[in-house]
Design a protein around this ligand. Sequence first.
Ligand code: ADP
Ligand code: MG
Length: 257
Amino acid sequence: MIESLGLTKTFSEFTAVKDLSFKVEPGEIYGLLGPNGSGKSTTMKMLLGLLRPTSGTARIAGHDIINDVVAAKRVMGYVPEEPVLPERLTGWEFINYVADIWRMPRGSQRQQDIEELLTLLDISDASNDLIETYSKGMSRKISLVAALVHRPKILILDEVQAGIDPRGAATIKEILNGLRSKGATILMSTHILEIAEELCVRIGIIKDGSMIAEGTMDELRMMAEGQRNLEEIFLALTGGPDMQRIAQYLRGSGESS
Ligand SMILES: Nc1ncnc2c1ncn2[C@@H]1O[C@H](COP(=O)(O)OP(=O)(O)O)[C@@H](O)[C@H]1O
Ligand SMILES: [Mg+2]
């Protein structure tokens, strides 16, 4: 289980995350949604023990992220928004390096598990190429393999589907659903609202660092007064495009020839 207990993060004067509390149960995929800069990645980094909260705390599978951060980190897998990868290693070397860090026994079982994940995500053929040659989508896929390799029961995925091809996105969806049904706790952020709608049991929408709506699709639909899909709900709650300004801009750009 993930329990965010009043997490708050202030960068000098600016409060990026304000008193944020929510829970993700085992067997649940929770979608954290919100406009750019609303505090999703900052929240995730605090949950991961990578960024110290200004106040509040969180419990990861019962482990406090401030007093018991090592135990908390051990049960989590994380795909960052912008994975920083060792460019001079091959995909295969990188994943084995990660498996070594987790002290996974070297042997045929481990090799088989890794090969299976690489094949599932269509990057097996590239596994002997240097990571510096990988496309953005491939980098994200190898980062997902790295996050899954020690079979964590808690997954934190920051826009993992961004830049992934449709087959990859469908594969990730199946993997996450499979892990969820086996009891994994999954927190993910995404701007692809269709994915959130299909995958997430519950959704939290944050804006300016605060939770402005939380619930199942049905509950959110009621909050946004009967809007049908998540895009309409999201725009109703966080604000849609400024049509007046857009029209003004388009007028200024004149007739196209
Ligand atoms: N290290 C930092 N120093 C100062 N401001 C930061 C830092 N990290 C994030 N922020 C600010 O905090 C806000 C939330 O950022 P972030 O959590 O990355 O948003 P999101 O992931 O929802 O797009 C943004 O305004 C961002 O500029
Ligand atoms: Mg982010």
